[in-house]
Ligand binder design. Structure first.
Ligand SMILES: [Zn+2]
Length: 494
């Protein structure tokens, strides 16, 4: 008899479910029966008792009641979402505080959820870019289902969002919305022409076509937007702005009209203009927002490109005083138009979080991602040093190949040789920026490379290890993401 089968007759009695492999917060009594989640060896199952709710799996009986042990498939996730609406994503971006956590591996949800049970921020548990999907061989369906299962397992009922992250094409936006994603982050980078900023005036003049309506809207005016911020435009600056952002504004407006106008899809909209090398100036920020308003585009959040560098998995690199003064103006602009500022690549940016929480007056969206992968690899370094060393060496061999996807300043020569480190020292690699970035950006090859026989080099070993040590992983995520929230909340009210 399976362990969870012994637990079924005890349902409703005051018996600790944990020794039976049952996740205690997953136990839900519904009319005519109960549904809970259990871990049976390596496999996690949904157990539905008393009635046929549509789960598919292995059927059995317990004390004359029909039961089914249902694996974590897409079909069973759909049944869960129907039966328990709290396991389906909702629109949360309009709430005061939202944090996107993402989950590259599909196993970080439980640790993330523990953080959001302690803070009033709402999580975006499913948050995935197409690039990350391609590198991890997952689908949007997998990402959403993983969030549903985690929420059910942990009994998290406050609500969570699902973000089709950094989407660039209308067909991708539509795909995510059709699957039930409740937020889209539109990456406008392919429609921005930041190269214009460095052009000589003569070249700008030759590219610019006179636009009397636009010129009338901006020239000879003072835009006093409150909080002591006044903005004025001159013709040379306006010409550049039109050339850099004109096409992006058309693009965002076309996506809005097609998918977000009332009556089309019910989802939140984020405008992302951050994926570029030049920081967004306050004048540019206001221009983009004002033009989008002219076009009647409504969005919940906007991500400008801030000064300094937001590299993956390491703290902010740049001038903190400059960041603070520019952020204050960006925040004033966002309050003037009524949306929240969104901070991207927010993993591990501890030195800017308290400033961000304070200047946004506690109304913000922060996207952290990828950090859950680093914490997962830290678990490997702690519990299986031999496996960690071989993954690390493999990562070194793939580093050059993956730098085309990521902007990082990693110096491999600064990373200690794993063969000279003791087992206990391996985990300290995760305190060193170059080693962090090495592991951070090589997740694609680490998870997808196969040997000559067609077996995954590491993927299956890694997932088994994470499953065996899920409690440790959850504790580490809770601590690490919890630190992000603690910093964001620190000076929020003052
Ligand atoms: Zn971004």
């Amino acid at each position: 008899m399976k362990n969870y089968q012994n637990f079924i007759p005890l349902l409703g009695a005051k018996v600790d479910p944990v020794p039976y492999g049952v996740y205690p917060f997953s136990i839900n009594d519904i009319e005519g029966g109960s549904v809970f989640m259990t871990k049976d060896g390596e496999e996690t199952l949904i157990i539905a008792i008393g009635k046929d709710w549509g789960f598919s799996g292995i059927e059995f009986e317990s004390e004359g009641r029909p039961c089914v042990a249902a694996p974590l498939t897409h079909g069973n996730a759909e049944v869960l979402r129907k039966l328990f609406p709290f396991t389906a994503p909702i629109r949360v971006l309009g709430k005061e505080r939202t944090v996107g956590v993402g989950d590259r591996l599909g196993i970080a949800g439980p640790g993330h959820i523990r953080v959001f049970q302690e803070y009033d921020a709402f999580p975006i548990l499913a948050q995935q870019s197409i690039r990350e999907l391609n590198l991890t061989h997952r689908t949007y369906m997998d990402v959403l289902d993983a969030a549903t299962f985690a929420v059910f397992r942990e009994g998290y009922r406050k609500g969570f969002g699902a973000d089709g992250d950094h989407l660039k094409k209308p067909e991708d936006v539509e795909m995510a919305l059709k699957l039930g994603f409740t937020m889209i982050t539109l990456d406008c980078s392919e429609h921005m022409h930041n190269d214009v900023e460095a052009m000589p005036d003569s070249q700008v003049d030759s590219l610019y076509t006179a636009d009397p309506v636009l010129e009338k809207r901006y020239l000879g005016k003072v835009f006093s937007i409150g909080e002591g911020v006044s903005l004025t435009y001159d013709l040379p600056a306006l010409k550049r702005m039109k050339l850099v952002y004109g096409e992006m504004i058309d693009f965002a407006a076309s996506i809005y009209e097609r998918f977000f106008e009332p009556g089309v899809y019910q989802a939140d909209f984020e405008i992302s203009i951050d994926e570029t090398t030049t920081p967004t100036t306050p004048l540019q920020h206001f221009f983009v927002s004002n033009e989008l308003k002219e076009r009647k585009v409504v969005y919940a959040t906007l991500a400008p490109r801030f000064c300094g560098e937001f590299q993956k998995g390491v703290d902010y690199i740049g001038d903190l005083a400059q960041f603070e003064s520019e952020l204050a103006t960006h925040c004033a602009i966002s309050r003037y138009f009524g949306y929240k500022i969104s901070l991207h690549s927010g993993s591990d940016k501890f030195s800017v979080f308290s400033t961000f929480g304070r200047l946004t007056k506690g109304r913000f969206h922060v996207k952290t991602a990828g950090t859950n992968w680093l914490e997962a690899m830290k678990v490997v370094a702690i519990v299986d040093p031999v496996l960690y060393r071989s993954v690390h060496k493999f990562a070194l061999s793939k580093f050059e190949e993956v730098t085309k996807y990521y902007h990082v300043t990693t110096d491999l020569s600064k990373i200690a040789d794993v063969d000279t480190l003791t087992d206990a020292e391996l985990v300290k690699l995760f305190d060193q920026n170059d080693a962090r970035q090495l592991i951070h950006i090589t997740y694609g090859p680490i998870l997808s490379t196969k040997d000559a026989a067609g077996n995954y080099l590491f993927k299956d070993y890694l997932y088994r290890l994470w499953s065996d040590h899920e409690g440790l992983y959850s504790d580490m995520l809770f601590k690490h993401i919890g630190r992000h929230l603690a910093c964001l909340y620190k000076n929020m009210k003052g």
